[in-house]
Design a protein around this ligand. Structure first.
Ligand SMILES: [Zn+2]
Length: 139
């Protein structure tokens, strides 16, 4: 299929979809701040460069797109029906890399929380998730 967008327009669109500060991430950051947590974004010096970090609670949050990170059992993670081999390899590669990064973080004493873009997030759900993961309350 021919690309109907100019190169510039296309990269603007992709940046909006995949770039920093996409809206689910902004929402979670906002909620965490409202809950009283100190947050850091895009810590490149940590494995997997977590989207949001709670430095005082040593907790790393990842906001994963269902397709790119292979959300198991999720309708949004369904692979395209063409180029199956390519997509299978690409997506399973991503998921394997994710697992490696999470393992490295955990080994270094971090809690890892993965949120999926198909999941609704609000303050109550997020607080419940943090509690279940054993993340201490903000100080
Ligand atoms: Zn999903």
């Amino acid at each position: 299929m021919a690309d109907v967008f100019t190169k510039k327009k296309r990269s603007a669109i992709m940046a909006r979809i995949r770039g920093k500060g996409t809206s689910p991430e902004r929402l979670v950051a906002k909620l965490l701040k409202a809950m009283g947590y100190k947050i850091q974004r895009h810590r490149k010096n940590l494995p997997g460069s977590p989207d949001i970090v709670l430095p005082l609670q040593k907790t790393a949050l990842f906001l994963n797109g269902c397709f790119w990170h292979a959300h198991v059992g999720c309708a949004r993670a369904k692979l395209p029906t063409s180029n199956v081999a390519f997509w299978t390899q690409k997506i399973t590669g991503n998921a394997a890399r994710d697992k490696r990064q999470y393992r490295l973080l955990k080994k270094a004493g971090w809690k890892v929380i993965v949120l999926w873009t198909c999941q609704k997030t609000d303050a109550i759900r997020l607080a419940g998730r943090l509690k279940r993961s054993g993340v201490p309350a903000p100080v």
